[in-house]
Write a protein of this length. Structure first.
Length: 255
């Protein structure tokens, strides 16, 4: 997949200002961040929207934009990073975009899965939507899910999830795509951008079994109310809300 990288310099006084700026970058198509660099699929790069955003944001300067070399970043990353050990003996090799579960959004999902354990997960059909390294899919399988499917738009994430599932000896059906894979699921895990979650809410309701659960993360506390409202329109009610470092997770039930 062809990517471009935008190099910035920041002079923000507070960390939350940078987080808001990265949220705004995500709104115009950027999907991963590393230091003061932001990455976007070249086909989605809107230079005028980027210039407008930078011009309207104090504390940001755009240094340059350049095309990324076409490479299998997982191969590069794995050469420099050893597997991370997680509960239940799980080992995950991080890739350059999604890491190994240290981000608050992923930590909250992992913690909830481990807290409910096999008693909750056993026998469920699970979808990990936007799987990244596949850490959630692997844990679901390890906890006894009847089946686990994972989907991601990035071919390198698809390869990473397949490799991590094999590394941990679990079965995960991995699909490349931009939307949830059609099926009947008892649990959908979706740790992606707020706007994508809002747009995909009707699909979550359609693919969830009655009594099934939708777990959402990847957004800020200020995003909770519109997500809960959108879920309510699709016959889903809030069961739990967790927050960490300004990020949130929602656990919803399809009625």
């Amino acid at each position: 997949m062809d990517y471009s990288v935008a190099h910035f310099t920041y002079s923000f006084a507070e960390d939350w200002q940078r987080e808001l700026f990265e949220q705004a970058l995500a709104d115009i198509g950027f999907d991963s961040f590393c230091g003061s660099d932001a990455y976007v699929q070249t086909a989605l790069l809107d230079a005028s929207a980027l210039d407008e955003l930078v011009g309207a944001t104090d504390g940001v300067s755009l240094v340059s934009i350049e095309r990324c070399p076409d490479a299998n970043w997982n191969v590069v990353w794995e050469a420099e990073h050893v597997p991370h050990d997680l509960p239940l003996g799980i080992q995950i090799v991080p890739d350059c975009a999604f890491g190994s579960g240290t981000h608050p959004t992923t930590r909250m999902l992992l913690s909830s899965m481990l807290s409910l354990g096999s008693a909750f997960m056993s026998g469920r059909h699970v979808l990990d939507n936007g799987c990244g390294t596949g850490i959630l899919a692997v844990l679901a399988a390890r906890l006894g899910a009847a089946s686990v499917r994972a989907v991601d738009m990035d071919p390198h994430s698809v390869a990473s999830t397949r490799a991590n599932a094999a590394r941990n000896g679990v079965a995960v059906d991995v699909v490349q795509g931009t939307e949830p894979v059609e099926g009947h699921y008892d649990l959908i895990l979706s740790n992606i951008h707020r706007n994508v979650l809002l747009g995909q809410m009707p699909l979550y309701e359609r693919f969830l079994t009655q009594g099934g659960e939708l777990w959402l993360s990847g957004f800020y506390e200020s995003d909770c109310q519109p997500l809960v409202k959108a879920a309510a329109l699709e016959n889903m009610k809030l069961l739990e809300q967790h927050c960490s470092d300004g990020w949130c997770m929602l656990r919803l039930l399809r009625e």
